[in-house]
Design a protein around this ligand. Structure first.
Ligand code: 3PG
Length: 395
């Protein structure tokens, strides 16, 4: 793929695909990370004299104009983050978009309405891609976090215009390559979360690529149960036991060490500050559930991390939203942060809950790289080709 280093931006209309699908609660933006991480690309293009036409999806309006899913509130948010005016067009294609683009001068910035208000977006309709392409002379994709979608604004249009990776896309791809593409070894992966069933492909791919795979969270319960441990009332997937055993076998064949919990923190109820205690994996009481990994497991993870050069982290080790079941996640996150700061470890984290967990641990700024992507990060860990990235290389 080409980056915007190869783009002669001056005087060009540049269609910039952003991911402005930011979390909103009661009409307020609750996390501005995606906005902040996008600003360098916008500022660079505008400073170079491009006419920057920004498009993005927001939420899932399913091809209809849903007023609550308008990108309009993002106009002010972007303008505040950039400290420059951002113009608005009430549609992302058609006469309103065309008139707004025609009115732009070099260095101007325009935000278009939600691409998913048109059914053609998610269908990757060639007519929609052509309508988007007609607005610009070049296309820059800075939406790694939407690159797992083969949509008109992420995939189709990249084939119709000279296409470039924006700075955020470039940073994401470089970090991911350093994590799994061409990593410094040994590589440790920490995978947590609730279900084995949603992370099957991910576990399968990682066990072929990393040296140590640490499994935590409720999904570890399924593995422990599959090995014959009684798990009491713990959340687990009984129908996944065969699969879990197969994953363990495959990892062994690939010389990947799988580190499962050796001890657990259990409680009778999943409640904040419910009385809890540490038990070995062989001693989970019938009336209790595992809600975090225990201190011996923490130590075993720490030991692997001290011997590692690269870490990929997806998913918390315990039910970190509710104290004290955030203990292991926070402790391990702090070890990761200090090893990263000392230069011994390259640490890359991403995917939904992971970023929230790392923020909660207060270490998000001290990791080597935190991805802005949820689903796209997971699909990338699964070893899948992301259509939005592939189209950049084809364009
Ligand atoms: C995300 O938030 O992960 C991306 O913006 C993709 O959103 P989607 O899952 O609605 O396609």
């Amino acid at each position: 793929y080409r980056t915007i280093d190869a783009l002669e931006a001056k005087g060009k209309r540049v269609l910039l695909r952003a991911d402005l699908n930011v979390p909103v609660k009661d009409g307020r933006i609750t996390d501005r990370t995606r906005i902040e991480r996008l600003c360098p690309t916008i500022a660079e293009l505008a400073n170079d004299g491009a006419r920057v036409v920004i498009c993005s999806h927001f939420d899932r309006p399913k091809g209809k104009r849903v007023p609550e899913m308008s990108l309009k509130p993002l106009q002010e948010a972007l303008s505040a983050a950039l400290k420059r005016p951002v113009a608005w067009a009430d549609d992302c294609i058609g006469p309103q978009a065309e008139v707004a683009v025609a009115a732009m001068k070099d260095g101007d910035i325009l935000l278009l309405e939600n691409t998913r208000f048109h059914a053609g977006e998610e269908k990757n309709d060639p007519a929609m891609a052509a309508a988007l392409a007609s607005l610009a002379d070049a296309y820059v994709n800075d939406a790694f976090s939407a690159a797992h979608r083969a949509h008109a604004s992420t995939e189709g249009v990249a084939r119709l215009l000279p296409a470039y990776a924006g700075r955020l896309m470039e940073a994401e791809l470089k970090a991911l390559d350093a994590a799994l593409g061409n990593p410094a070894r040994p590589v440790v992966a920490i995978v947590g979360g609730a279900k084995v069933s949603t992370k099957l492909d991910l576990l399968g791919n990682l066990s072929k690529k990393v040296d140590v795979l640490v499994i935590g969270g409720a999904m570890a319960n399924t593995f422990l149960a599959a090995q014959g441990h009684a798990m009491g009332k713990s959340l687990q997937e009984a129908e996944m036991h065969d699969t879990a055993r197969a994953i363990l076998e495959e990892a062994k064949a690939a010389s990947c060490e799988i580190l499962l919990p050796v001890d657990l923190v259990v409680a009778e109820r999943f409640e904040a500050n419910a009385p809890s205690r540490k038990v070995g994996v062989d001693a989970v009481p019938a009336d209790s559930m595992a809600l975090d990994v225990g201190p011996d497991t923490e130590q075993a993870i720490e030991q692997r991390l001290r011997g590692a050069s690269t870490l990929v982290w997806n998913g918390p080790l315990g039910a970190f939203e509710i104290p004290p079941f955030d203990t292991a996640t926070v402790a391990v996150a702090q070890i990761v942060a200090s090893l990263t700061q000392s230069g011994a470890l390259k640490s890359i984290g991403g995917g939904g809950d992971t970023v929230a967990a790392l923020r909660h641990a207060g270490v998000a700024e001290r990791m080597t790289y935190i991805s802005t992507a949820g689903g796209a990060f997971l699909e990338w860990l699964e070893g899948k080709t992301l259509p939005g990235v592939a189209a950049l290389s084809a364009g």
